[in-house]
Write a protein that binds this ligand. Structure first.
Ligand code: PXL
Length: 283
């Protein structure tokens, strides 16, 4: 019997610029959950730096998966983030089919865009490919830009509850039972997440302080914490609230650091806060 939950995270290694696996590994480990990795690419930095290098690892996904199957390795959850190319979408979908098992959870953060724009490495056909990955998930965690690209609904910076509910339903229609939309704000000074359970028809939301700064990689901090919380047995609403609070705490720790918006939030300085929060609610 294994008491330690084990997840596998499928996303890139950006060597510098804290995001994807260099965020998922430390956060999920700090939460007392084992994090195996399946790197989709190795980049010198994330793609917001000019001149980044990228070694695509698409050809490694199937052989790694085959070896794990041969060794009968299994995971309590699969968590995907940045996928390096449209070519690896089929391999990631096949990975889900091979490793999904009774009680396991597939969480897809459809990382591809922010602030109304697709990230520079992706072409206009990429959102349709990412929608195929979302279709196989139990839970997806898009931001509003990604949600709009996935559904074809307009991207709006002025939001109200009807617009967000319409977006959540359109996202759920892609396939996943649970959808949590980040970057939602209905009043100045508050920013958070609204979520929807397609099976029960229940909506929920959580709003935290909207600090006057935005940093690269905060979506990955949020998603990793949510996955860690769910693996600790938290209800979705509690895991999302913890993820929002820890992301805000990480931003707070970074506010006075010059150039941090490129290098990512100093989530490391907020790890004691995260550990305090999870030990308040024992497993
Ligand atoms: O944080 C998302 C992310 C992950 N990985 C790479 C990225 C980005 C966002 O730009 O470029 C390589």
């Amino acid at each position: 019997m294994r008491f330690l939950k084990r997840i596998v995270s499928i996303q890139d290694i950006s060597c510098v610029g804290k995001c994807s696996l260099t965020v998922a590994l430390p956060i999920i480990s700090a939460m007392g959950v084992e994090c195996s990795i399946l790197p989709t690419a190795v980049l010198s930095t994330h793609t917001m730096f000019s001149g980044f290098t990228c070694k695509d690892l698409t050809d490694q996904i199937s052989p790694i998966a085959a070896h794990w199957q041969e060794r009968e390795l299994g995971f309590d959850a699969i968590y995907t983030g940045y996928l390096a190319s449209a070519q690896q979408i089929d391999d990631v979908c096949a990975f889900f089919d091979a490793f999904r098992r009774e009680g396991s959870l597939i969480v897809v953060d459809p990382v591809m865009a922010d602030n109304g724009k697709l990230y520079p490495a992706f072409g206009p056909d990429f959102p349709a490919q990412m929608a195929r990955v979302c279709a196989k998930a139990d839970l997806i965690l898009p931001n509003l830009t990604e949600a709009s690209l996935l559904t074809g609904l307009p991207y709006r910076t002025e939001q109200d509850e009807d617009y967000i509910k319409e977006m959540l339903q359109a996202l759920a229609a892609l396939g996943p039972r649970y959808v949590a939309l980040t970057g939602v704000s209905f009043e100045p000074g508050k920013l958070g997440v609204m979520y929807y359970d397609k099976e029960t028809g229940v909506y929920g939301s959580y709003f935290a302080e909207h600090l006057p700064a935005s940093f690269h990689g905060t979506g990955d901090v949020f998603a990793s914490t949510c996955v860690g919380g769910l693996m600790r047995g938290m209800a979705l609403g509690d895991a999302l609230a913890l993820a929002a609070d820890y992301t805000v705490e990480s931003i707070r720790m970074t506010l006075d650091t010059p150039d941090a918006n490129w290098y990512g939030v100093e989530f490391e300085r907020a790890i004691p806060y995260l550990v305090r929060r999870i030990t308040e609610t024992p497993q």
